[in-house]
Design a protein around this ligand. Structure first.
Ligand code: ADP
Length: 395
């Protein structure tokens, strides 16, 4: 029995989960928010207990120090040597990383060098890795990449129809994201289907604040909606998803607030999607609460549903039919109205939803036994995938 930490470091936050392995038992989990800002928030949950404290944490190294002190103070560990593995979620692994890898100085440098593909995420992931390396030098450090699951995509899916040199010289291609989540829920869906995963065709809809849809054939990603960066694909909380790039120069010429391409990309990443269309919020709960009385919120909801339906339609074509459609992540797991709206437009494909099963808190099948395409709600568990990969690579 050993203890393994799964860490998901964002630019100003750090989510973690501590496991007893190989039992896969969750011992504790927590979140440190507002790192580098005033009044950072430190939350720890263990057993039935929950602790929340507010004080300033200036950087990731101090966040890791606070986390480790809390583990001892709350007696989640007696000695730090009990923590034999730390797994880190890294967003972009480019074409270099096809699977999870033990961290070496070279690997850490490569994670930093890949920052162009995930400028908001990889530098924060690297800061988290360095902080743990300094404080727990004897634990096995492993990096688990969001992009790794998508490295099985065929070239016809991952290439853009640009001149070849932009792929060969600049590595411009589709990389995808949320790979750990798409992998986990497709494996769980195969279990629910009662079929070997090699014989399954599954469409996975990871729809949370960020969102992506993936076509999974025989357990491998064959296409996914996110692209060179996580801006592509379906409409999201604050991101546009698919756009005609001709809009970029047009806006730079016509809107004095947008000076260059980076300004336009920032606007499309941070001010668009549900938030931009509704002018109200990026949170689906607020959009649903407002949509019966506010025309912009109603439109935002309809556009959101429309973009997801279109990608599901594409992937039914890519896979030439499927066994199951899976909903996961914040909206996919929790929002009955979003699932209802998406599915009500897909009846031609043989989807028959059971309204008694499509309710808040459901897990598992929400379609009727007669439904040609099974529909599942499966809570994602990226941290568990990380802990399993660490366990497999431990010294
Ligand atoms: P992240 O991409 O940050 O990991 P999550 O998968 O946690 O996002 O999803 C967060 C989003 O899930 C929230 O912004 C909110 O829009 C949505 N959400 C959570 N609960 C509900 C609910 N009951 N109904 C509708 N949307 C919900």
């Amino acid at each position: 029995m050993t203890k393994t930490l799964a860490v998901n470091a964002g630019s100003s936050s750090m989510k973690w989960q501590m496991y007893e392995m190989p039992e896969e038992k969750v011992l504790a989990k927590g979140l440190i928010e507002r790192i580098g800002l005033k009044d950072s928030i430190v939350t720890v949950k263990f057993g039935e207990e929950k602790e929340e404290r507010v004080f300033d944490i200036p950087n990731h190294t101090e966040a890791v120090e606070v986390l480790l002190e809390d583990l001892k103070r709350l007696k989640i560990v007696e000695e730090f040597t009990e923590i034999t593995g730390v797994g880190h979620r890294v967003v972009a692994g480019g074409e270099i990383f096809q699977k999870s890898t033990v961290v070496t100085p070279e690997v850490l440098q490569q994670v930093k060098d890949l920052s162009a593909l995930a400028p908001l995420h990889n530098p924060a992931n690297a800061a988290g890795i360095e902080a743990f390396l300094n404080l727990l030098p004897d634990a096995t450090s492993v990096v688990v990449f969001d992009t790794a699951f998508h490295t099985t995509m065929p070239e016809k899916a991952f290439r853009y129809p640009l001149p070849k040199k932009y792929y060969t010289d600049y590595a411009v291609r589709k990389y995808g994201a949320h790979g750990t989540s798409h992998m986990y829920v497709s494996q769980e869906a195969a279990k629910l289907l009662g079929k070997p995963i090699e014989e399954t065709k599954i469409i996975t809809a990871h729809i949370g604040n960020g969102a992506s849809i993936t076509a999974v054939k025989g357990g491998e990603s064959v296409d996914t909606s996110m692209g060179f960066t996580p801006l592509a694909g379906v409409m999201m909380g604050t991101r546009t998803g698919e756009m005609d790039p001709s809009v970029f120069p047009y806006l730079i010429e016509n809107d004095s607030e947008l000076k260059d391409a980076q300004d336009v990309v920032d606007m499309m990443n941070k001010e668009s999607g549900l938030y931009g269309v509704s002018g109200i919020s990026s949170d689906m709960r607020d959009i649903i609460a407002a949509k019966d009385t506010d025309a912009d919120a109603k439109l935002a909801f309809e556009m959101y549903v429309d973009r997801i339906q279109k990608f599901i339609g594409q992937y039914l074509a890519v896979l030439n039919g499927a066994d199951a459609l899976v909903f996961t992540a914040g909206i996919g797991e929790n929002s009955v109205p979003v699932r209802e709206a998406i599915l009500s437009g897909l009846t031609w494909f043989g989807i028959e939803v059971d309204p008694e099963k499509n309710v808040f808190g459901v897990e598992g099948e929400i379609s009727k036994p007669s439904s040609r395409l099974k529909v599942f709600v499966i809570p994602t568990d990226e941290e568990l995938v990380i802990a399993r990969d660490v366990e497999a690579l431990k010294k």
